[in-house]
Design a protein around this ligand. Structure first.
Ligand SMILES: [Zn+2]
Length: 487
């Protein structure tokens, strides 16, 4: 029986989100020890779900789950919780004989004292496990450095955005890792950087955008050169690190020069396409006007700049203010504000109560002042649902407690936790069927498309002040390479 150690420490950190990501944030999202992870992820289309299925299909391998921790994208990870989680993983690895180690990382983590936090994880893990084969999976938005490629035996990143291939990515990582352990392949990796900062709003692999083109180029190169894997990293531009920007990671079987050649070739293609990634977005009021004039069916306006999946805080008021001002006379919903105080007030007052409140602009005054409204409480929930869409299908999600308010005829969802409304279950659990709406305003970016497209007719991205705005000229970068500075 061969022994596989499994650990996850994943975070996408936004340097411009107010505050740090704390222990409480990891506890709220997912911090599992030992057998808790198999219990949570069994039967889900997630990385850990793939580990469970892989070991079930390969009885010669036995997985031991160490710490599996992740939190919603937000500010850099506080040093104390970083040390605690990594310390747990290192303690779990120490003093034991492993045949292989699998790490599930994001690739765009910052810790408060180090903008290359993933590299630090890998280096410290390497110190403990010596030459034991190490396989790593990454998100497509990873910002990677050369050292972490060299330190891993093999690594694979997502190929889709929305990320509907988390499961397949881990499955491929484990397949390559275990074949390397068995001496059937000898993976060697290379990384080629692309000197450009890519806005994540235009990084979908569905349709005919530039990222879809890049994935096709990468797949063709993988086939043409017979290499083990070609991964395109769009990077996460809001993580201020020397490793920001796009990059191409290639693993070949025993031929490092080939891996380098393929990586450089695909990176050159990405640099050629870089101008196609740039785009301009309408303001919230322009987007709402466009939505109301769109063909019949539900039109969705996406407030990209406060998407929790990009480090949004669920609190910027830009789109909501424009929605209130627009006074839409059609079935309309707004998802969401993270507002613990108003949720508590609503639960105390009960269904039917009318609250005199302000929404948005409370966690930070950087993105605009709060909006004063009256809201009637129409539903109260415990905020728990299971994903029904194609991303992390069947995984249970907790929004904390929630309240549904009627504000001037608009259904407004308030939550205690800051979670992207990517899965239709977020709306359905509040009795909102998107196909019955005319206008849906959401704090979300690309991932929502994976699940919501069957319900809606039109999707319109907009930009407003927020920690994930497409206009990065006002952000003060400290670690970004000079050539990548937004101007
Ligand atoms: Zn991502």
């Amino acid at each position: 029986m061969k022994r596989l150690a499994v650990a996850k420490f994943a975070h996408e950190s936004n340097s411009f989100t107010p505050g740090e990501t704390t222990e409480a944030d990891f506890r709220a999202y997912g911090w599992h020890l030992g057998n808790e992870a198999p219990q949570r992820y069994a039967g889900t289309r997630t990385s850990m779900g793939a580990v469970l299925d892989f070991t079930a299909a390969h009885p010669d391998w036995q997985a031991t789950f160490l710490t599996c921790a992740s939190a919603n994208p937000a500010g850099p990870v506080a040093d104390a919780v970083y040390e605690k989680i990594l310390g747990e993983i290192l303690d779990g690895l120490r003093g034991q004989q492993w045949d292989a180690v699998y790490l599930c990382l994001h690739g765009a983590m910052l810790r408060a004292s180090n903008p290359m936090a993933d590299e630090e994880i890998i280096e410290r893990v390497r110190k403990v496990i010596g030459r034991t084969p190490l396989g790593i999976s990454y998100d497509l938005h990873g910002n990677l450095g050369e050292k972490q490629i060299k330190a891993a035996t093999v690594a694979v990143g997502y190929k889709t955005h929305p990320h509907v291939d988390m499961y397949e990515t881990t499955e491929k990582t484990l397949r390559l890792l275990t074949r390397a352990v068995d001496g059937k392949i000898r993976p060697v990796g290379a990384l080629a950087r692309v000197e450009a900062l890519f806005p994540s709003v235009n990084m979908r692999t569905t349709g005919d955008g530039p990222m879809a083109e890049m994935e096709a180029i990468a797949q063709a190169a993988e086939k043409k050169y017979g290499v083990l894997d070609v991964t395109v990293f769009g990077g996460f531009p809001y993580a201020d690190t020397p490793y920001a920007g796009g990059s191409i990671m290639v693993h070949a079987d025993g031929d490092e020069a080939l891996a380098q050649k393929v990586a450089r070739e695909v990176a050159d293609e990405m640099l050629r396409l870089a101008p196609k990634f740039q785009m301009e977005l309408p303001t919230p009021d322009e987007a709402i006007r466009k939505a109301l004039a769109s063909p019949p069916g539900c039109a969705v306006v996406l407030e990209n700049s406060d998407n929790p999946g990009s480090g949004g805080i669920g609190d910027t008021p830009g789109l909501f203010r424009a929605l209130i001002d627009a006074e839409p006379d059609v079935p309309t919903a707004f998802a969401f504000f993270r507002d613990e105080a108003v949720v508590a007030e609503a639960h105390k007052a009960g269904v039917g109560a009318v609250l005199d409140i302000t929404l948005g602009g409370k966690l930070s005054d950087l993105f605009g002042p709060p909006v004063a409204v009256k809201g009637r409480v129409t539903m109260l929930t415990d905020g728990r649902f299971k994903n029904v869409g194609p991303m992390s299908t069947h995984l249970e999600v907790s929004l904390g407690r929630t309240a549904l308010l009627d504000v001037n005829g608009i259904k407004v969802i308030l939550t205690e936790h800051c979670v992207s409304p990517n899965d239709p279950g977020f709306l359905l659990m509040h009795g909102i069927d998107p196909s019955k709406l005319r206008l849906l305003c959401v704090k979300a970016k690309n991932h929502i498309r994976a699940g919501i497209l069957p319900y809606v007719k039109t999707m319109i991205d907009c930009d407003a002040p927020g920690p994930a705005t497409i206009d990065m000229r006002n952000f003060r970068f400290r670690h970004l390479p000079q050539a990548l500075m937004p101007n």
